[in-house]
Design a protein. Structure first.
Length: 234
């Protein structure tokens, strides 16, 4: 029964029916609390709610952290759970702890997604104020996967923070021109690059990026900022 409930939960999760998935995986864990795959799925389902809407009451990062830690208690070798735990810790403003969690994973030769580990480690380091270390980690992330646009975006933020605007422009341009289809819709990257263009005095490019940022969603928090900046620029 526990296995059947887990399989139903996994199927619902892949269909993005997260509330259904949560119900089934909860029942699975009630029947078998030592199943690391079920504990991991419960944690990831909670993370999925947050990805949909971080302001929703369904977004419960604290609960997600609990279940990802529980996963690693049952099976310390579940590397994806360690990676997810690091991400959750960053969201919970526990970036130094996230660095501790992610550092061994990034250096683990057996992990099949090194760009994720290095990218998330770089993000955690950036949020922890370790900008130079973040740049090193993010460089390794994009070297491992040159189409990793979020990695380039975070690298651009790190260079921007250091005042290295030419390097920031290059990284952010790579972020929005990567071969992955979704990269051209990375609104935050256009907003970041517009700031860099302003710092470099490249006003035509600034206006173009603000327009593209607004066009990607004028109703989002970032879109509203781009709209205001574009209005003031004109």
């Amino acid at each position: 029964m526990a296995r059947a409930e887990f399989e139903l939960a996994a199927d619902a999760f892949h269909r993005q029916r997260y509330r259904v998935a949560l119900g089934h995986v909860t029942r699975s864990l009630e029947l078998d609390e030592e199943n690391p795959r079920a504990a991991y799925l419960r944690g990831m389902t909670l993370v999925a709610f947050c990805a949909l809407d971080a302001e929703s009451p369904d977004c419960r990062y604290a609960d997600a952290e609990h279940w990802l830690r529980r996963t690693l208690e049952i099976d310390p070798e579940m590397r994806d759970a360690r990676n997810a735990l690091g991400v959750v810790l960053v969201h919970r403003k526990k970036s130094p702890e996230a660095v501790e969690v992610l550092t061994p994973l990034a250096n683990d030769m057996l992990y099949r997604s090194p760009e994720k580990a290095w990218g998330n480690l770089g993000w955690a380091q950036f949020e922890a104020g370790q900008t130079d270390a973040a740049i090193g980690s993010l460089k390794r992330a994009v070297a491992a996967q040159p189409r990793f646009c979020v990695g380039y975006y975070r690298l651009g933020l790190a260079y921007e923070k250091k005042g290295e605007h030419v390097a920031a422009r290059h990284a952010l341009s790579r972020a929005v021109t990567s071969a992955d289809g979704g990269c051209a819709r990375l609104q935050d990257a256009f907003w970041a690059r517009s700031r860099v263009f302003r710092a470099l005095g490249e006003m035509a490019e600034l206006a173009e990026d603000l327009q593209r940022c607004q066009d990607l969603g004028a109703g989002t928090r970032v879109g509203r900022r781009c709209k205001r900046e574009l209005r003031d620029l004109r």
